[in-house]
Ligand binder design. Structure first.
Ligand SMILES: Cc1ncc(COP(=O)(O)O)c(C=O)c1O
Length: 391
């Protein structure tokens, strides 16, 4: 290993949302999706160089930044992006909100598959649009979350305007296959829906499954697709607010840009510097990160089997550093409060669109020692349950 993922970084004094939540309490934060790893050295060096210039004026991306993105997506996915398709954004959640505003009127409906990253549901609601959720279905025998195609068709109404896709899907950690994506694309064409494809986790696929950008599924689908991307999850720079929408169709792009006018902040010079370094110089770091995360995932799976009875990872974790755990067998009304009382801070499943008490999400993007300590605390939480005392 050329890079160090084992050292536990000091996060106090880093203005960390993740760590401040439990400041002064002995609770390990394993909730919000940023990792307890330093960013790639190349990113840190690029930021140092920019900071040393001492000037932080309004920024525009330079040619080398855009070229870095275009050549990375070409190499990694065989996706040829015209630079004019790129709309810079200070965050993907901003992109979800702008899309809802731009392509649906108040009262119009936006479809998504649940459980899902909460802003898929809150972004439409923020502007008076309506989020219509279609639950993914767990095929227990195949250990796989499936799209319920009949339910998806049945959810379409005369007011449906948009489909929000998350691929890879947070929190079920699944990568959708070509045939599923084609079927989803055809569904959007048939119902004349704009397809907003959040692909923020696409560089974090742990298994040997290809990521297929939605825009590569054919001209008809690309013409109605808005792809949201960012270096933020992969290279652990979410606090730098640098994301992009890639919109091949000029009319769609103009409508999207109009909806951003005057209300969406610009990306900063630090964000551009980090983004370029991440995409152009971060590949060897990313590959080692993936190997480390695979190790963390395997460790989680082994510990669930060994020491965490009643907590289930129901389907393989194919991507991301976020695991979706079924805790319903524990019979807890408030699993989050119970685990916090035993020193570990997880994400509440209900925020992702499932009933409270059924699921929690754990962030395993951390040094193995931190993960081991978090799982040890979860084990202590299980031992404290009344059912454990009687068994
Ligand atoms: C699917 C998905 N989209 C978007 C985001 C956040 O994007 P941003 O921080 O750029 O708004 C996350 C963060 O966890 C995510 O999981």
């Amino acid at each position: 290993m050329q890079f160090d993922f084992d050292t536990v970084p000091e996060r106090l004094g880093t203005d960390s949302q993740k760590w401040q939540k439990y400041q002064g309490k002995d609770i390990l934060p394993m909730w919000v999706a940023d990792m307890d790893f330093k960013s790639p050295p190349a990113v840190i060096e690029a930021l140092h160089r920019r900071v040393d210039q001492g000037i932080f004026g309004y920024a525009r991306p330079v040619r080398s930044t855009v070229d870095g993105i275009v050549s990375t997506f070409q190499r990694r996915y065989g996706w040829t992006i015209d630079p004019s398709w790129i709309v810079w954004l200070p965050g993907l959640v901003v992109g979800l909100n702008v899309t809802a505003q731009a392509f649906a009127a108040a009262g119009d409906e936006v479809l998504c598959l649940t459980p899902v990253y909460p802003p898929f549901m809150t972004a439409p609601a923020n502007g008076g649009r309506v989020a219509r959720t279609v639950p993914l279905v767990l095929d227990r025998a195949a250990r796989r979350w499936e799209i319920d195609w009949a339910a998806l068709e049945a959810a379409v109404t005369p007011r449906t305007r948009l489909f929000f896709l998350c691929n890879p899907h947070n929190p079920i950690a699944r990568v959708f296959l070509r045939e599923e994506l084609v079927r989803l694309g055809e569904f959007c064409v048939r119902h004349n829906l704009v397809l907003c494809s959040d692909e923020i986790h696409c560089d974090l696929i742990l298994d040997d499954i290809p990521h297929i950008p939605t825009s590569l599924l054919g001209a008809e689908i690309a013409a109605r697709t808005i792809t949201l991307m960012a270096p933020s999850k992969t290279f652990n720079v979410p606090g730098l607010g640098t994301s992009l929408a890639i919109i091949p169709d000029a009319t769609l792009r103009a409508r999207f840009v109009r909806a951003t006018a005057g209300i969406v902040a610009e990306v900063t010079c630090l964000g551009f510097a980090a983004c370029e370094a991440a995409y152009t110089e971060g590949e060897s770091w990313r590959l080692e990160l993936l190997a480390y995360l695979r190790g963390n995932r395997d460790f989680l799976v082994a510990e669930l089997a060994r020491s965490l009875p009643g907590i289930e990872l129901e389907a393989p974790m194919e991507a991301t550093y976020l695991a979706w755990l079924n805790v319903s067998k524990l019979g807890l009304k408030d699993p989050i409060a119970h685990f916090e009382a035993h020193g570990v801070g997880l994400s509440e499943g209900a925020f992702f669109g499932v009933p409270k008490g059924q699921y929690v999400r754990i962030n395993i993007g951390c040094p193995r020692a931190t993960l081991a300590e978090g799982l040890r605390r979860m084990q202590a939480a299980l031992k404290a349950l009344p059912s454990a005392a009687s068994s």
